[in-house]
Design a protein around this ligand. Structure first.
Ligand code: COA
Length: 323
């Protein structure tokens, strides 16, 4: 358990809203198929702004919402599987954009696929000693999607979510994080392979591939597992709010039924944003924050799963103050 609390949240989205009807002009699909199978009605796609631009906007919004001096930030972690480039990290780009180059800061990226934000929050909570930590999930998944593959391109969107944390003895976060090392292509995106350029062998660009049914099966096991783990012996009924990874409404309905936990107490915005991978939990968190749904003395559970497979949860006890 870490004594930390969230003091501000922010989000950003790709600039172009694409509806299911718009996708009907790109691949052989229908609004009806996508809505009934996933609950997704639209997603935001970024064609001019990269992952760092979305991360910077979300970070600026989180800093404003926290009302802090950015020069007191000591740690920046960005969870992403779609960084702008191999190096430098998106976190260092955020640091530069915020004008924090001269400050005493550690900044780095972390990739745990769609569980990335949860892993980043846990890492930041355990590393942060003083000042503030900036934890961001940011993605431009549209650049790794095969826009001829209807089984994947309809599911994902671009966006970023961020939060500012500080140490506080009155608040707590309990974490659970797991990886299965099951990399057998249920959810996979390749990269350049070894020594191709040296031998002048041209390679096709690699795109995200997915076995939807296998991921579905995994997700419906992983989410209850992670929620039970952070709740330990406490009753699931005592959770005031669950903020889940926004992959598919049917997965959430299954989890709700299996755990006898009402859908009304889950924050769901996948209908508008689609699946934004590591940005999905912090975007939903920022929305809950903006709507005033996060208050003092609440028990809130963030929960997610992703490629790898990775999965995890964070139980937040907001304590006496708002988060
Ligand atoms: N539009 C129309 N038809 C589509 C389609 C689309 N966008 N995508 C796939 N189909 C077709 C398939 O080709 C298949 O056709 P066929 O029966 O003629 O072969 C049919 O729809 C049924 O596909 P199926 O895979 O059985 O659908 P499903 O009920 O399993 O739903 C998913 C597919 C992807 C929505 C579902 O498996 C899922 O949500 N999985 C989890 C994915 C996820 O969460 N990924 C992110 C993890 S972080």
């Amino acid at each position: 358990m870490e004594h930390v609390r969230i003091i501000g949240c922010g989000k950003a989205a790709g600039e172009q809203k694409i509806t299911n009807n718009d996708l009907e002009n790109i691949v052989e699909t229908s609004d009806e198929w996508i809505t009934t199978r996933t609950g997704i009605r639209s997603r935001y796609i970024s064609s001019s702004r990269n992952t760092s631009d979305l991360a910077i906007e979300a970070a600026a919004n989180a800093i404003q919402s926290a009302g802090i001096n950015p020069h007191d930030i000591r740690l920046i972690i960005v969870a992403t599987l779609t960084p702008d480039c191999v190096t430098p990290s998106v976190a260092c780009m955020v640091q530069a954009a915020l004008g924090l180059n001269e400050d005493n800061i550690m900044a780095f990226d972390l990739n745990a696929a769609c569980s990335g934000f949860l892993f980043a929050l846990q890492t930041a909570s355990s590393l942060l000693q003083e000042g503030y930590g900036l934890v961001i999930g940011a993605e431009t998944l549209s650049k790794i999607l095969n826009w001829e593959d209807r089984s994947t391109c309809v599911l994902f969107g671009d966006g970023a979510g961020a939060c500012v944390i500080e140490r506080d003895e009155k608040a707590s976060m309990t974490f659970y994080a797991r990886s299965s090392g099951d990399t057998a292509h249920a959810l996979y995106c390749g990269s350049r392979s070894l020594q191709k350029d040296m031998h002048n062998v041209k390679e096709d660009k690699q795109y995200l591939e997915m076995n939807g049914r296998e991921v579905f099966r995994f997700a419906t096991r992983a989410m209850p597992d992670a929620i039970h783990a952070v709740m330990q012996d406490d009753d699931i009924d005592t959770i005031d709010l669950i903020i889940p990874h926004q992959a598919n409404r049917r997965i959430l309905e299954y989890v709700s039924k299996k755990m006898k936990y009402p859908m009304e107490k889950m924050i769901i915005n996948l209908d508008e944003f689609g699946n934004t991978s590591s940005a999905s939990v912090p975007i939903a968190l920022a929305r809950a924050w903006e709507e005033g749904r996060i208050r003092e003395n609440m028990t809130i559970v963030l929960v997610g799963f992703g490629a790898g497979f990775t999965w995890g949860a964070c139980r937040i006890e907001t304590g006496g103050k708002q988060l």
